[in-house]
Design a protein around this ligand. Structure first.
Ligand SMILES: [Zn+2]
Length: 302
């Protein structure tokens, strides 16, 4: 099993709630647990601009390259700007593209990165510079590898950028299950939005996910499923209040993978958010998502 990862994801953000150290810690944990060896991690180069341009405007990409975002744009992005941040974003896009190609070949692709779901075509937002999932779907469609794709966004925040990108594209079904009274204040319309109240907890969450996601997958029948596996619905997260336990999050993962397996849909996993008080919890949640995927869909799983 190959994992896609770059040490460049560990961008120095100073005192910021986003723990960019998590990517390296996840890699180390996977090696420690014997799930992967050092040779299993492929480091992607930066994405080609003609791929990034499948979603983002040339004006925005130009501003990023020149470091010319306005103070307002920087405030919406909510990250300290640096050339390293831009470099990591371009690498993150290629990471998701390669992971998606790998998923089509093997049934499961894991990107230890990605999930920039708040990024819009002409601006970044909410810690997301580029929308890697949307770009990867467009790139694979252009390569003729897929016609239809589905995004299942289980980050605690609505996948507003992704919903916006595909709002008039019937070949991509966007589904977001999130906390309703949370960032982004203005929601976009996904093909399926499951907006939950704060404090929902395991049972309510899993019931809603199963009630809505299963029939959507059954009806839409995508050729690729992008699983935006945010760790922030966790009960000890500093940003979200959906209050899922570690076990609840694992059951969420299992539900996604098992249904994908039943319908023979390849899954590409991207990590997205995770702001647990203890970074070790965020790492553990992501590692469980990866292990569960391997168990259900990976080696000997299908
Ligand atoms: Zn989030």
């Amino acid at each position: 099993m190959k994992f896609f990862y770059s040490p460049m994801y560990e961008v120095d953000l100073g005192e910021h709630i986003l723990p960019t150290i998590k990517f390296r810690l996840i890699k180390e944990k996977l090696i420690e647990l014997g799930i992967g060896t050092a040779e299993d991690f492929e480091e992607p180069p930066p994405a080609h601009d003609d791929d990034v341009g499948l979603v983002h405007s040339s004006t925005y990409l130009d501003k990023l390259r020149r470091g010319a975002l306005t103070p307002d744009e920087l405030a919406v992005l909510d990250l300290p700007f640096s050339p390293e941040l831009v470099e990591a974003a371009w690498i993150g896009v290629e990471g998701t593209i390669r992971t998606a190609r790998y998923a089509l070949e093997t049934g499961l692709g894991v990107h230890i990165g990605g999930g920039g779901h708040h990024a819009f075509p002409d601006h970044g937002a909410g810690y997301c510079v580029l929308n890697d999932s949307a770009i990867a779907i467009r790139a694979l469609k252009r390569e003729g590898r897929i016609v239809k794709a589905m995004v299942v966004d289980c980050d605690v925040h609505q996948g507003d950028g992704t919903a916006f990108v595909f709002r008039e594209d019937p070949s991509v079904f966007t589904c977001s299950i999130h906390q309703e009274d949370l960032y982004p204040e203005v929601k976009q319309q996904s093909d399926l939005d499951i907006g939950l109240p704060s404090g929902t907890g395991d049972e309510g969450y899993l019931e809603e996910l199963s009630r809505h996601f299963l029939p959507a997958l059954e009806i839409f029948r995508p050729q690729l499923l992008v699983y935006v596996a945010g760790a922030d619905p966790y009960q000890d997260d500093q940003e979200g209040e959906l209050r899922l336990s570690l076990e609840g999050l694992e059951r969420r993962d299992q539900m996604i993978y098992r249904e994908a397996l039943r319908k023979r849909v390849p899954v590409v996993v991207v990590l997205a958010g995770g702001y647990a008080r203890r970074t070790a919890d965020t790492v553990a949640i992501h590692v469980t998502t990866i292990r569960t995927g391997l168990h259900v869909l990976g080696r000997g799983g299908g």
